[in-house]
Ligand binder design. Structure first.
Ligand SMILES: [Fe+2]
Length: 436
């Protein structure tokens, strides 16, 4: 059970909230680079409760600007994407990527008035196939861009998707990062169908190994790191051994869930970026460090066999209106009730939709004052503490958080069978380090 004031601190990300101010000190993914055409149509997005337009100007540079013109608040979505920036369709006021008003063609006062107007605009950068924005104060020096392994490998080695979630970022982050015990239930086959479903686990999330393991109550251990936290879940593996699944948490909303032991795994990661207090965007990244992903692997990911949902509802031009998933609360996430009865613990097709269903069912903002946490929730408690400590520490906003330094992010998750008496972090060693 959490105190109401702590739940507020953790979940409120808009306006002057402490968590929002902390998160704005980190680069945030906005859209995929390929979504923005130079001089082309702009896209509505929403971050930390701000309605914004993402665009790529005629010079090919990405930009992020307030949607509503500072003149008379018309939507600049209908405006013109020009060489250096955006011009409002209403009266022709023009703004560069930095938010400076550069032209006011309907004003006789011309230049003078122009200099008095500044529009909301944030610095942007293309990085790893994604447009990132820095939404801290204009005077801040942004940290190094996030050197995740997926951003450093060649483009053919990675697969990226994103989708809207109808809930606060934290309940998604908790489930994805600190909740290994749910894998034995939510994603598991029923015993009669175990072999067939394990054989179908082609996305290396380790379902087969967890399902084959009879220990359904993992013990959790957490190790704080400079960039966030390591979350270790330990299951019995017989004969003096433990099966460890170790996830990475990278402040403020990134994770990397564990993959299969051995083989030739594809790695996965997420970000749950806050749209506002009651929505987030689930960014999903899959990559192979050494080789391009095959067409079959990409097809599997696209079809929902891994962490992605790429089945979208008909697109709209609202914020993130083209990445709203087709499986939703209103259609029971496309639940297959026959599979639910005969083959799977939960008949919703695909791990990602199963997770999304659980996370959204907790409410727009989960009321954590009503919870009853057990020993399997130790890592969730630690995750909340890590976030609250960071938000309190940087509450005055005077200093950039050290964990925002993207050079710290060259890490990987890991799974391994280790001797019972081994120290898990030390035993995993280099397996937790990215090689790029
Ligand atoms: Fe899950």
């Amino acid at each position: 059970m959490l105190k109401a004031k702590d739940n507020e601190l953790l979940t409120r990300v808009c306006g002057d909230s402490a968590m929002g101010r902390l998160m704005r000190r980190y680069w945030i993914p906005v859209v995929q680079s390929a979504e923005l055409e130079s001089g082309g149509r702009m896209k509505r997005v929403r971050l930390f409760g701000e309605n914004l337009l993402a665009f790529r100007n005629g010079d090919g540079q990405p930009g992020l600007m307030g949607e509503f013109c500072p003149h008379r608040r018309a939507s600049m979505y209908f405006g013109r994407n020009e060489r250096s920036g955006v011009r409002c369709a209403f009266h022709g006021w023009a703004f560069d990527r930095g938010g400076n008003c550069v032209e006011m063609p309907n004003e006789p006062t011309g230049e003078d008035f122009c200099h008095k107007i500044r529009h909301t605009a944030y610095r942007c950068s293309d990085w790893g196939g994604v447009v990132f924005a820095y939404m801290g104060a204009a005077g801040d020096i942004p940290p190094a861009l996030p050197e995740f392994e997926w951003a450093l490998v060649p483009a053919e080695h990675r697969f990226i998707s994103r989708r809207v979630q109808y809930c606060n970022y934290l309940q998604a982050l908790e489930n994805g990062t600190a909740d290994s015990s749910h894998v034995s239930f939510l994603h598991a086959p029923l015993p009669a169908a175990q072999q067939a479903l394990i054989a179908g686990d082609r996305s290396h999330v380790g379902l087969g190994q967890v399902a084959a393991n009879t220990d359904t109550s993992p013990r959790f251990e957490v190790r704080r790191t400079q960039y966030g936290m390591l979350v270790g879940a330990r299951r019995d593996a017989g004969a003096g051994h433990h099966y460890w699944r170790v996830a990475q948490f990278i402040l403020p909303y990134w994770n990397m869930p564990p993959v299969d032991v051995g083989g030739d795994p594809i790695y996965h990661g997420h970000a749950w970026t806050p749209v506002d207090d009651e929505h987030c965007v689930n960014w999903s990244f899959s990559w192979h460090p050494q080789r391009p992903l095959s067409e079959t692997e990409k097809e599997d990911l696209r079809e929902g066999m891994g962490i992605h949902i790429c089945q979208y509802a008909p697109p709209t031009s609202s914020w993130y209106g083209d990445v709203r998933p087709r499986p939703t609360r209103d259609n029971d996430y496309e639940m297959d009730w026959e599979a639910h009865r005969t083959a799977k613990f939960c008949g919703i097709p695909g791990f990602a939709a199963q997770d999304q269903a659980m996370q959204e069912s907790q409410g727009a903002i989960c009321d954590r004052t009503q919870e009853h946490l057990g020993a399997s929730d130790v890592a969730i408690i630690q995750l909340r503490k890590r976030l609250m400590d960071a938000a309190k520490h940087y509450a005055d906003g005077s200093q950039a958080p050290e964990s925002a330094d993207g050079r710290l992010y060259r890490v990987r998750p890991a799974s391994a069978i280790l001797a019972r008496d081994s120290a898990w972090v030390e035993a995993l060693g280099d397996r937790l380090i990215a090689t790029h």
